[in-house]
Design a protein around this ligand. Structure first.
Ligand code: ZN
Length: 245
């Protein structure tokens, strides 16, 4: 199984580029320039919400394209047109919500080169998908439970570069990390998705390790590449084994 990294910080980007395990690294636009000499390995991550920043995003994409970047991720179907009209190879993200062969074939027909399926798919269904294009899945990370337009920490617009970097507490007392971008806020699950030692059960082309608040990533990468069972007590295997009830 090939591994890909999805990173959020400059430190994670440095580490991910040093890991020979990764066939590709998903990188937010704001950090991409630091990886210009490895552009062939990078899949750009535009903002998830485009309605108030499409022009600015397009300019930034074109600037990065001139530096040699040629692949970008479509979070939603709205991104597909923006990316393809600017000459990017378009990779599909999990928010396209692919959960069956019809949707995979549909997006393959839109020209997508690969697709990360929805984390709400069951392993049984994933393993029977029509692989019209290479299929990947989220295999590690504090996955976003919610994407909002306001920051719950400062009760205002997203903190952007200030990155509030704090937590909220749910009714069960779980601490949820809050990650602000320039125009959206991700509220992350309190439990980490861990599938190391289980990748062989998944029929897919690639597994995506999605890093957000991690200070260092090489230990996690090692346990996935060595196929070790997790050595932490509190983790989740997501919905892959139980489905959405
Ligand atoms: Zn914030």
């Amino acid at each position: 199984m090939n591994l890909r990294a999805w990173i959020y910080t400059a430190g994670q980007l440095d580490e991910a580029l040093k890991c020979s395990e990764f066939e590709a690294v998903y990188v937010p636009l704001r950090l991409a320039e630091k990886a210009a000499d490895r552009a062939e390995k990078i899949i750009l991550l535009p903002p998830e919400y485009l309605a108030d920043c499409e022009e600015k995003t397009e300019k930034e994409l074109l600037r990065l394209k001139a530096l040699g970047f040629d692949k970008a991720l479509a979070h939603t179907s709205g991104h597909i047109e923006l990316l393809s009209r600017n000459g990017f190879k378009v990779c599909g993200g999990n928010r396209l919500n692919c959960t069956n062969s019809e949707s995979v074939r549909f997006f393959a027909g839109c020209g997508l080169t690969d697709i990360i399926v929805s984390p709400e798919i069951t392993i049984k269904r994933m393993n029977s998908l029509d692989m019209a294009v290479p299929i990947g899945f989220l295999a590690y990370g504090y996955l976003p439970m919610m994407l909002t337009r306001r920051c719950p920490i400062n009760d205002g617009k997203p903190c952007g570069k200030l990155r509030c970097g704090r937590q909220i507490t749910d009714r069960k007392g779980n601490k949820l990390d809050v990650i602000c971008s320039d125009n959206t806020v991700e509220i992350l699950n309190s439990d980490v998705l861990m599938l190391s030692g289980r990748l062989g059960e998944f029929h897919a082309s690639f597994a995506v390790l999605r890093f957000t608040t991690e200070k260092e990533i090489s230990g996690i990468v090692r346990s996935y590449s060595l196929n070790e069972k997790p050595d932490i007590r509190k983790y989740t295997t997501g919905l892959y084994y139980r489905g959405v009830e």
